[in-house]
Structures are given as structure tokens and as C-alpha cells.
Design a protein around this ligand. Sequence first.
Ligand SMILES: NC(=O)C1=CN([C@@H]2O[C@H](COP(=O)(O)OP(=O)(O)OC[C@H]3O[C@@H](n4cnc5c(N)ncnc54)[C@H](OP(=O)(O)O)[C@@H]3O)[C@@H](O)[C@H]2O)C=CC1
Ligand SMILES: O=C(O)C1=N[C@H](C(=O)O)C[C@H](O)C1
Length: 269
Amino acid sequence: MDETKKIRIVVAGPRGRMGAETIRMIHRTPEFSLSAAVDDGNDSANVGDLLGISGLNARVYSDIEDCLSAEQPDVLIDFTNPEAGKKNLQAAIDFGVRPVIGTSGFSNEEVADYQKQMGEKKLGGIIAPNFAIGAVLVMKFSQMAAKYFPDVEIIEMHHDGKKDAPSGTAVKTAELIEKTRKPKKQGAPDEKETLQGARGADFDGMRIHSVRLPGLVAHQEVLFGSKGELLTLRHDSMDRASFMTGVAYSVRTAMSLETLVYGLENILD
Ligand SMILES: NC(=O)C1=CN([C@@H]2O[C@H](COP(=O)(O)OP(=O)(O)OC[C@H]3O[C@@H](n4cnc5c(N)ncnc54)[C@H](OP(=O)(O)O)[C@@H]3O)[C@@H](O)[C@H]2O)C=CC1
Ligand SMILES: O=C(O)C1=N[C@H](C(=O)O)C[C@H](O)C1
């Protein structure tokens, strides 16, 4: 493909589980080109050498602003941590680069602020707590089910390298459920925890439980209980490849958006 027609992408967090998978996806996608990567070290290294990918030549920058100013990419993909993700997203907005953000831990207020800034600049982008299509469908089905089943518990299960809890996916699922569920404090009115945390985190009266174990990747169950019946919605990401369709779709879609979209469900047909 003509190099000038490719979507030029910078990836922040190249050595991470998701960043490395994303770089491999970009490398094998003909319409994408990796301009550079932003790491918290390794300045001036070659990304291909860093990740052991032969034939991949792109520079590592340790400073996001140096990178965006020198490379002028179309899109910045971020899979880092909340602190770095916010800094990188703000830099992308300042440099007019479309952000595609997978990093979890953005509050609704922060998202609203970025949306305002990007709307004013007519800059497209997406923040998606989960790029796996199946996980997004579970969120949508949960929102539908909560209208009829106000008693809900979310169990999210992840690898033990995950730093945040609860997962961004669980929080987004709870937010969508909140839109259709009648507010309710669940469980016995006089229930008491004899071990702190046993009932999980409280989100508008529903409970979120976080499991961390080696062997897991990213999994979520949403349990709806009613008299005599139980509805369970479950999604399993067994491999990080599960996120790549959504990442690639978001990159392509961001090129024609003029605002920041929060959640993959809002750009799927
Ligand atoms: N939206 C989605 O579908 C998904 C989202 N996620 C989210 O993505 C994020 C990353 O997950 P994961 O890849 O598993 O995490 P990792 O810890 O494997 O990777 C994060 C990487 O970011 C690096 N990093 C830290 N600070 C900076 C910085 N300032 N600039 C550049 N790189 C930096 C880390 O380096 P070092 O180790 O040296 O600190 C590390 O290599 C998490 O928030 C996770 O919740 C994960 C999977 C799917
Ligand atoms: O850290 C992870 O692995 C994941 N993080 C995201 C989240 O917090 O929801 C998405 C997915 O669950 C994998």
C-alpha cells in the first residue's frame, strides 16, 4: 500500500502486555504504519529490537511531547496506566492527534472534560474500557436485563499483574446497568460483613467483586437474580488478540470522528 495513505500511529506502553500486542497488530495490518512508540525509558531505541520483531523500524521516545511534535502521527494509542494515560491523552489533544485510549481509570468528569476540549477542536478519538466485541455485548445485554432484574452482582476476574480494581469494564458495565435498573440496595437490610470487603464494592447498591489469579486473562460474569431464576452473562478473553479487532476498528473510526467517544458500543453499528 502507498505509504502516504497509511494511518500513522504512535503507541504508548510498547513493552506492556497490550502495547506489545497492539504493535504486532499494526505491523501486520497493511493500512497501518507504526510511526514511533512512547516508553518510560529506552529513549532512541528501535521498537523492533525492543520487542524482537524483525523488519520493524520505529523509534522509541521517552517524552510524549517530543514524540508527537517530531512524528506528527494521525493516531495515538495508549495502554499504560491512569497517570501516564491522562498525560498522553492531554498531549494528543494539544498536538491535534486522535487518541485511542484503552487504559482504564478515567472518571466520568475527566472524560467529560476531554470531550469538551476535543469537541471544540473537532478532534476525533475514543476511550474504550474494553475493546473486545464480546465484552461490549455483555455490557449491552446487561443494560437490557437490568430493567427486569434489579438485583445484580458483577464478578470480574483478571491476571494477577493487573494494577487497578475494579476493572474499567466492570465500572462501565455498572454505569450502563444504572441507566435501566431501579435504584436498590441489595442483600439483607441488616447484613453485616464479619470480614471487611466480603460483599465487594458498592456501586449504587449493586456489588462488584474483583478476582486476581495467575492463569486468568480478562473475564467477567454479570449475575442477575430474581425469584426462582438466575440469569448469568459471561465473557472470557482468553488471549489479548481478542482486543485487537476493536482497537483496529477504533483507529479507523477515529479518523472520521469529530468528537471523543466513550465506549466501543457507541461506534459499533
Ligand atoms: N481497553 C481494553 O480493552 C483493555 C485495557 N487494558 C488496560 O490497559 C492498561 C495497560 O494494561 P497492560 O498492558 O496489561 O499493562 P502492563 O503493565 O503490561 O503495561 C503497561 C506499560 O506501560 C508502561 N508505562 C508506564 N508509564 C509509562 C509512560 N509514562 N509512558 C509510556 N509507557 C509507560 C509500563 O512500563 P513499566 O512496566 O516500566 O512501568 C508498561 O510497560 C491498563 O490500564 C489495563 O486496564 C488492558 C487490556 C484491555
Ligand atoms: O488489565 C486488563 O487486563 C484489562 N483491563 C481492562 C479493564 O480494566 O476493564 C479491560 C480488560 O478487562 C482487560
